[in-house]
Design a binder for this molecule. Structure first.
Ligand code: IMP
Length: 428
């Protein structure tokens, strides 16, 4: 039987998914990204060398693992080629890269429009052109990677789209137009370098399933940034939930297996939007500094706060999370007590469920439960049993409240600082 696993972020992104994928990719024959694009980012280590990845799954570091970019992604060919080159310069074999021809292109004008739109309604996007590229996809104006196969048709479609973008840039935003010819030339050169990697990813998945191989679907961002269920409009433009793997990679829901949700032992968010457990005082600064909470893609400082089990319960339900991977537990090492939200209070009423109305969400006050901290260094722990009793009690409480098991714990950036929790291990 194939092992089919879906790994998703259970918070606002930046949960440390890259590190967990890196670990699970060791047991996978194929790793597939199914949404988003260069807005994602994580650092993985090849020996001691940190490598920053934005589009390519970290499974590329493991010889023999194929890494596919699914149709649900939006891809900037120049940025992808740069990432591929960086890997090759660091001795990584990228011949296992597969790209769905159905994935849409991010054009230079998408970036310009993303930034211009930010000036009008601040969402705090990464500025990578994600929203405008998905807009064109939905409007059926977008270009796809398979269009590179037909240069003449590509040029024709591109020129129509760029004329439209130029009208937006000049007439709506008062910006200079782009040079259509120049962009077409650059893109066609980039396209020719990517063509050898194009593949029918959905078919590849089907063949791997038939051969009993293991597949890992790697989500980007997190549940609360989902276009439909996240804190709209402060969300990304794709389906970040586990179900997004079906439409974003071409696999039927009945064939998906285990869903692993990744969450930090506390919460962070980048960009604008409601964040009920945010700490605006020195405790937030402590989490940011101790957790090195600065964006991999934009370098922006992340907003930090306590763990929010109301939001997490919402993610568990929407993603169908079977087990959680808890990251960055070590960041809490020195604290004498650790609060976490178990409910919200809204106008005197207690809410156990995450409100879908953003105006209500912006007004909720978290109801906290507090547990004693462990006040010692956990970085040396190599198994769940080696964690201090209070740390195990914290994890146990999270698991009991959410009704899901914890399958992995991470206590530092290195690969060996993550361990699996055997099912049935008594927590305290
Ligand atoms: P966009 O995806 O660049 O359009 O940005 C939309 C929102 O999602 C902004 O609040 C970003 O900060 C956030 N976002 C996008 N990608 C990530 C990510 O990988 N981690 C965390 N936040 C992200």
């Amino acid at each position: 039987m194939s092992a089919v696993r879906v790994l998703v972020g259970a918070q606002w992104g930046d949960e440390g998914k890259g590190k967990i994928t890196d670990l699970l990719a060791l047991e996978s024959d194929l790793v597939v990204r199914f949404q988003g694009g260069g807005n994602a980012g994580h650092t993985v280590f090849k020996g001691d060398v940190p490598l920053k990845l934005h589009n390519i799954p970290s499974g590329i570091l493991h010889r023999g693992t194929l890494c596919a970019l699914g149709n649900g992604m939006v891809i900037d060919p120049g940025a992808l080629l740069k990432e591929k080159k960086m890997l090759e310069e660091n001795g990584v074999d990228t011949s296992g890269l597969r790209i769905s021809g159905l994935a849409h292109l991010i054009l230079p004008t998408h970036r310009l429009l993303d930034r211009a739109l930010e000036g009008q309604r601040a969402i705090g996007t990464t500025g990578n052109g994600i929203g405008p590229a998905y807009t064109d996809k939905s409007a059926r104006l977008g270009l796809r990677l398979l269009d590179f196969k037909h240069p003449e048709v590509f040029k024709e479609k591109l020129s129509k789209l760029l004329d439209y973008h130029n009208a937006l840039l000049t007439k709506v935003f008062g910006l200079p137009p782009v040079d259509v010819e120049e962009i077409a030339e650059t893109l066609l050169v980039q396209g020719s370098q990517l063509l050898p990697h194009l593949e029918d990813v959905s078919l590849l998945i089907d063949r791997f399933l038939a051969q009993g191989k293991s597949i890992l679907f790697e989500g980007a961002q997190g549940a609360l940034l989902d276009l439909d269920f996240g804190t709209y409009p402060f969300v990304t433009s794709s389906s970040t939930l586990a179900g997004g793997a079906c439409s974003g990679a071409g696999i039927a829901p009945s064939r998906l297996g285990e869903v692993i949700g990744v969450c930090k032992a506390y919460s962070t968010r980048v960009g604008e939007g409601p964040f009920p457990t945010e700490l605006l005082d020195e405790r937030g600064i402590f989490l940011r500094e101790k957790g090195r909470e600065y964006g991999t893609t934009t370098g922006r400082p992340r907003r930090c706060g306590w763990l929010d089990l109301v939001a997490l319960r919402y993610a568990v339900r929407l993603d169908g999370i079977d087990s959680l991977a808890i990251t960055k537990l070590d960041v809490l090492d020195s604290l004498s007590e650790i609060p976490f939200a178990v409910a919200y209070r809204l106008k005197g009423e207690i809410l156990g469920d995450f409100p879908v109305d953003p105006l209500e969400l912006a007004q909720v006050e978290p109801v906290y439960e507090t547990m004693p901290g462990w006040e010692c260094d956990t970085s040396g722990a190599r198994s769940f049993e080696e964690l201090p009793r209070a740390a195990r009690a914290y994890l146990d409480r999270i698991s009991k409240i959410l009704g899901v098991s914890i399958s992995l714990v991470s206590i530092g950036p290195k690969r060996e600082e993550t361990f699996f929790v055997a099912a049935g291990v008594p927590v305290v």
